[in-house]
Ligand binder design. Structure first.
Ligand SMILES: NC(=O)C1=CN([C@@H]2O[C@H](COP(=O)(O)OP(=O)(O)OC[C@H]3O[C@@H](n4cnc5c(N)ncnc54)[C@H](OP(=O)(O)O)[C@@H]3O)[C@@H](O)[C@H]2O)C=CC1
Ligand SMILES: O=C1O[C@H](COP(=O)(O)O)[C@@H](O)[C@H](O)[C@H]1O
Length: 482
């Protein structure tokens, strides 16, 4: 079934403005939203429908640039604003009235884009007003909790209103085209699977580097840091998709089962090995990649004593037959030299080279950002005559999704996820046990940092991160792919 009502809590927030309304607009524009779908936008700020629609229009136009030059009225007419404080019971009667207006509200998707600290209030409010019964479902934003304990607490509260199959936990990386393509690459092509193991693969590197700092979301970020903000969710989800066994189908259940096995196989990092397996960093004053001075993190978050990491690197190990002995280097940082998200699969050297020196190892680069590209580095004969031997060169087999898309607009990751929530398809959402397994592993690292008193090492804004990161890879004879 398809939902007929989309209720957005947190409708005046940053995420709603930058991502959710632009995504809803594109879904509308491309005909993916059912004709009758209404969007009920909720937040405390007082606004009339008209004022709010004007705000939404401004956000959509700002995100879409000059490509959006037409009248947005047909989309905006779907949007209704309700000023409501989710922590007080009063607003829910009004919400219920609006949801059921004109015989609507038979299937409702609630999107909780507020601080997770009030998810419980929202769920309680919806349940006590009879608004949470099946087939209604809820989408919850990350981070769900600060650690395993708080994660369980929030999930328990949500579960009192929405059963597990009606709880859609967002990790927006799973909505990115190339992340989904990772599944297609691995399981829709015969050639990779026989090579996808420790026999042939030497190491895997997964990096998410951002050029932005923590400005704007400083309060939240200073509490969470890179480990909880990025590693616990996006990086571990990418790791799962690279490392999981072939699922029996594309169903949410089948994929989730394989992802959980990977998370449970991660070798624990404890106080005994945390110093050799992890690096924490925090950016100091430096440069923005496009010019200009960048302030320090402590300045950005107005906390001169902050000990929060804005960079983290981990050498992870997956203890199973497929991956024994293969290091998985995971890295993420803010205010880095460039914005880039990539997975690099480094293959082992040839067992024996008939070409002598100069044969580089194959590498598969899966680039998610800034452009979407999959490249296989292979050895090729240098063209032309040769008086001696066969000179080789390394060339990329290049699958550029930019060219493939013929310049088409790059989708916002939330578009696919919102569409799936409306269609009741949970495949690209995170299940509870996956999240718990991820938190368990992250918690043990955070505990070990505390026990060892490991403070973040400084790195200059606009650089490639703390120099200590190189020791992490060099210890195994590897290096980072910058
Ligand atoms: N922003 C981002 O880039 C990302 C955000 N997220 C997650 O998305 C969620 C939202 O983030 P973000 O938009 O940045 O947060 P904001 O702080 O910008 O927005 C919070 C929203 O919640 C509303 N709100 C707060 N308290 C109440 C209340 N008592 N009753 C009703 N509405 C309330 C606010 O509106 P008002 O003040 O008008 O009530 C506002 O619309 C968070 O879980 C965050 O972690 C995840 C990834 C990225
Ligand atoms: O979830 C988050 O992701 C963004 C990075 O997302 P991307 O799609 O731009 O790569 C990050 O900036 C933010 O801190 C984090 O909460």
């Amino acid at each position: 079934m398809t939902a007929d009502t989309f209720v957005l809590f947190g409708a005046t927030g940053d995420l709603a403005k930058r991502m959710l309304f632009p995504s809803l607009y594109h879904l509308h524009q491309e005909g993916f939203l059912p004709d009758h779908l209404r969007i009920i936008a909720c937040a405390r700020s007082p606004r009339s429908h008209e004022e709010f629609r004007a705000d939404v229009e401004a956000s959509v136009r700002e995100r879409g640039g000059k490509e959006i030059d037409h009248d947005l009225t047909p989309f905006l007419e779907r949007v209704f604003y309700l000023s409501l404080d989710v922590t007080t019971p009063e607003g829910y009667d009004e919400l219920s009235r609006i949801i059921h207006e004109g015989g609507c509200g038979k299937e409702v998707v609630y999107y909780l884009s507020t601080s997770p600290s009030i998810f419980g209030e929202v769920c309680r409010g919806l349940k006590s007003h009879g608004l949470a019964d099946a087939p209604n479902r809820c989408v919850v934003e990350k981070p769900i909790g600060y650690d395993l304990e708080s994660n369980i607490e929030i999930n328990d509260t949500v579960a009192k209103a929405f059963s597990e199959e009606r709880t859609f936990r967002i990790d927006h990386y799973l909505g990115k085209e190339t992340v989904q393509n990772l599944v297609a690459l691995r399981f829709a092509n015969r050639i990779f699977e026989p090579l996808w193991n420790s026999e042939t693969i030497k190491s895997v590197q997964i990096s998410i580097s951002e050029t932005v700092g923590a400005e704007g979301r400083g309060g939240y970020y200073d509490e969470y840091g890179a480990m909880r903000d990025m590693m616990q969710n996006h990086l571990l989800q990418l790791l799962c998709l690279v490392a999981m066994e072939p699922p029996s189908s594309l169903s949410a259940e089948a994929i989730r089962n394989e992802k959980v096995k990977v998370l449970k196989s991660l070798a624990p990092i404890t106080k005994d090995n945390v110093e050799s397996k992890t690096v924490r960093g925090q950016y100091s004053e430096g440069f923005c990649p496009n010019g200009g001075q960048a302030p320090s993190y402590r300045h950005d978050v107005e906390n001169p004593d902050s000990g929060t990491e804005t960079y983290v690197a981990v050498a992870a190990e997956i203890q199973n037959w497929r991956w024994a002995g293969v290091p998985f280097y995971l890295e993420t940082g803010k205010r880095m030299a460039e914005r880039k998200t990539q997975v690099v699969i480094a293959f082992r050297p040839l067992p024996h080279s008939i070409f002598g020196q100069g044969v580089s190892e194959n590498e598969l680069h899966i680039v998610l950002q800034p452009e979407e590209r999959i490249t296989l580095q292979i050895m090729n004969k240098q063209p032309g005559l040769s008086a001696e031997g066969m000179p080789l060169e390394e060339l990329p087999l290049n699958l550029s999704l930019v060219e493939r898309n013929n310049g088409a607009r790059r989708r916002i990751a939330y578009e696919q996820l919102i569409l799936d929530a409306l269609l009741d398809n949970p495949s690209l959402f995170v299940q509870r046990d996956e999240q718990e397994a991820a938190w368990r592993w992250i918690d043990s690292i955070a505990d070990a940092w505390r026990e060892r008193g490991m403070e973040p090492k400084g790195y200059r804004a606009g650089s490639a991160g703390p120099s200590a990161k190189h020791v992490l890879t060099e210890r195994n004879g590897d290096s980072w792919y910058e």
